[in-house]
Write a protein that binds this ligand. Structure first.
Ligand SMILES: [Cu+2]
Length: 313
């Protein structure tokens, strides 16, 4: 009798759960903006182009299997068409990724089928200029199966995106050729988290000694690879493209292609405070902005590298 009463309820619950799961979608709306933006710790501003006003654009974080319902709005005050190219999507470059004119908007959906860390960027002509002016960001697709021994849960998470800074007024052609390049932007600013090389820098990445710190790294340079090394440390584990199956152990320097992403974990000694400098070990890019200090100390801010604080602005 009890079973007869319970059974329909259990079946009903299962169906409801399945239908909710099948229709799970995450709505993301971004607005392309062309505006002046501060690009260093001294407050120098330059005409940049962005998704939603920041470099990088907003962090998108979904679970594998979820559908991203995306809308790009191109602000009516803009002078250029813009587009969105999600590297996490399988789509049609001529359809979903097509350009949107100023004052117009475009919606498309895709299912996030592959776990990992991916770049998104504007692909409008000239793509060099749109990326070099700041139209890029990060989408994290979390594995459907969650964490495991092979892909352990981190204590802190940070997103780092390296990109280019060119002299104000550089032509698209010169950007493509790498002329008039002046610096590496780390999350939108030169030496953003490096008070050692820039006295105007006030931010660092923080953790407690012994914590597992996960870096979601994306290379938004238009031509250059990144040689990512944690000075005074070793990458505990690295997942190529952030896919849990692509794991490497104990690496010193990791080559990351333009437009590629990696997940890199570092674990500092638990018995004392230490510091790392996460550097693009290609010196031209390091000494022009591409270094970030990661401090491990007992009174690390409990909010940093957690919740919505993965991109430190
Ligand atoms: Cu654009």
């Amino acid at each position: 009798m009890l079973l007869k009463t319970l059974l329909p309820a259990v079946i009903g619950l299962a169906v409801a759960t399945a239908s909710v799961h099948a229709s799970e979608s995450v709505k993301v709306v971004m607005t392309a903006k062309e505006h002046d933006l501060v690009v260093d710790n001294r407050g120098t501003s330059q005409r940049m182009w962005t998704f939603d006003g920041t470099i990088p654009g907003p962090l998108v974080r979904v679970r594998q299997g979820e559908v991203v319902d995306f809308t790009l709005r191109n602000h009516e005050d803009n002078g250029n068409s813009h587009s969105m190219d999600f590297h996490a999507a399988r789509a049609d470059v001529l359809d979903e990724f097509a350009e949107v004119r100023p004052g117009e908007e475009k919606q498309f959906s895709f299912k996030a089928e592959y776990p990992g860390v991916f770049i998104y960027h504007c692909g409008a002509d000239s793509m060099s200029e749109h990326i070099a002016r700041g139209m890029y960001g990060v989408i994290i697709v979390e594995p459907e199966e969650g964490y495991s021994d092979a892909f352990p849960a981190p204590d802190r998470e940070y997103v780092l995106v390296h990109g280019d800074l060119f002299e104000e007024g550089t032509s698209a052609r010169d950007m493509t050729m790498g002329n008039r390049w002046v610096g590496t932007l780390v999350n939108g600013k030169v030496f953003h988290y490096d008070p050692v090389h820039d006295p105007n820098a006030s931010l660092t990445l923080d953790a407690k000694p012994g914590e597992r710190v996960r870096i979601y790294f994306v290379n938004a340079h238009i031509n250059d690879p990144v040689a990512l090394h944690p000075i005074a440390g070793i990458w505990e584990q690295v997942w190529d493209n952030g896919h849990p199956k692509n794991v490497s152990h104990g690496l010193q320097t990791v080559l990351i292609a333009p437009s590629h992403g990696m997940i890199l974990d570092i674990v500092s000694p638990a018995d004392r405070p230490t510091n790392n400098a996460i550097v693009d070990h290609a010196m031209k890019r390091a000494m022009n902005g591409g270094i970030s200090v990661l401090m491990h100390h007992p009174d690390a801010d409990p909010e940093m590298g957690r919740g919505d604080n993965l991109i430190i602005r």
